[in-house]
Design a protein around this ligand. Structure first.
Ligand SMILES: [Zn+2]
Length: 394
């Protein structure tokens, strides 16, 4: 059976009600609609959704990992110089735009090589966790993705996502145009993205987000109608899900005073919800752990904790890995110098419904899901494979 996977970035389980999402409620009559388990995986969420494996296994976790030392070629040096200049601009948004523009010119076919989190002078010290979009051949090396499996069985798929799509309202017309050309793929991967930025900015407030949620409901309704009408007897399964939810930000932690007290040679990477440190000096690592152990709202993730969270325990997660409690953020961070966000995701553990991702499937897909709760992104992978007729995983 053909299948359309509609990923709505940052669609929180707390956003969905009959009043706002009639489309989802109609779709899931007799099916399943509810929260998914939180996955502490950043870039690795998509890898789990398309391999059924967890980050400890597929190896994709954060946006970046430290890079082995290498000589920088002049185009990269030039790109970095442009970014360094852009980083002096006074607004968060402008600095981000410069980085996107440089990345587009430099590697238009690849994922953003340096994203927005690394200061320009430290860029050569890091590489992206995934160099290619997940649907490219062999994007995860030895591990076969759903897309690799579809290719191997000569099934077709269509990707409807950035950079073909710049705004969510372009999605349905784009899909309609493809269908009008007689394209009828076995699998669709369609990504909506507007909600993530809004959730960060406004927090997971259903009241404030209501206009955007109503718009999204309308866009989903149009998209599903278009898809169903193109396949004989409406014969296409629909899966709607999100990668993560959106938690309320309650407080911020400025860790600079703690960092100042640690002497020695170490590399660190701070993003809003996670601190990572690398050092070859075990004494320094112990000092860092001791320094942060006393800070309320921070949790040091030792090897045991990393195993239970199913995340890697290699260089990608650092020699010292510290997770923030849900609702806390590091501020300021490199790209938010002006105002802290009201909503955030990327927590190791999530207690609130708002922080959980969401899944909605029709009754046929629901029949392929296990009875165990909470459901995971890997369960969705398994159910999609069954409905696509991909047989037993290799
Ligand atoms: Zn986000």
């Amino acid at each position: 059976m053909p299948l359309a996977l509609i990923l709505v970035d940052a669609l929180s389980a707390a956003y969905v009600s009959r009043a706002l999402f009639s489309t989802i409620c109609d779709l899931t009559a007799g099916g399943f609609a509810g929260p998914l388990a939180n996955l502490y995986a950043y870039r690795g969420i998509e890898a789990t959704l398309f391999t059924g494996r967890f980050p400890a296994d597929h190896g994709i976790w954060g946006e970046f990992r430290p890079a082995p030392p290498k000589l920088e070629r002049w185009p990269d040096r030039l790109a970095r110089l442009a970014i360094e200049t852009g980083d002096r601009l006074p607004f968060d948004r402008l600095r981000l735009d410069v980085r996107y523009a440089v990345a587009r010119v430099r590697h238009s076919d690849r994922l953003l090589p340096t994203g927005n989190l690394i200061p320009a002078d430290l860029m050569p010290r890091f590489i992206g966790s995934v160099e290619q979009p997940i649907w490219e051949t062999g994007s995860l090396g030895e591990i076969r993705t759903l897309f690799d499996e579809l290719r191997a069985t000569h099934m077709s798929f269509a990707i409807v996502s950035h950079p073909i799509i710049h705004h969510d309202h372009q999605i349905e017309p784009y899909v309609r145009a493809l269908l009008a050309r007689g394209v009828l793929p076995n699998f669709w991967y369609i990504k909506f993205s507007a909600l993530d930025a809004l959730g960060h900015f406004l927090g997971p407030s259903v009241t404030k987000l209501a206009p955007a949620l109503r718009t999204l409901n309308g866009q989903l309704a149009a998209l599903i109608t278009t898809l169903k009408s193109a396949y004989p007897n409406g014969g296409i399964d629909i899966v709607i899900l999100s990668d993560h939810g959106m938690s309320w930000v309650k407080s911020r932690i400025d860790i600079r005073p703690f960092l100042k007290q640690v002497q020695g040679d170490f590399l660190y990477f701070l993003d809003s919800t996670t601190l990572r440190f690398w050092s070859t000096d075990p004494h320094l690592c112990a000092t860092l752990k001791a320094q942060f152990a006393s800070v309320s709202g921070l949790q040091i993730l030792d090897l045991e904790a990393r195993h239970s969270l199913q995340i890697p325990d290699d260089i990608s997660t650092g020699d010292v890995l510290i997770a923030l409690e849900e609702g806390k953020v590091i501020f300021p961070d490199f790209f938010r110098r002006e105002s802290p966000p009201l909503g955030m995701h990327g927590y190791a553990s999530v207690e609130t419904e708002a922080g959980l991702p969401f899944l909605a499937v029709d009754s046929e897909i629901a029949a392929c899901l296990p009875d165990r709760r909470p459901l995971t992104h890997a369960d969705v992978w398994s159910a999609m494979r069954q409905r696509l007729g991909l047989g037993q995983p290799a």
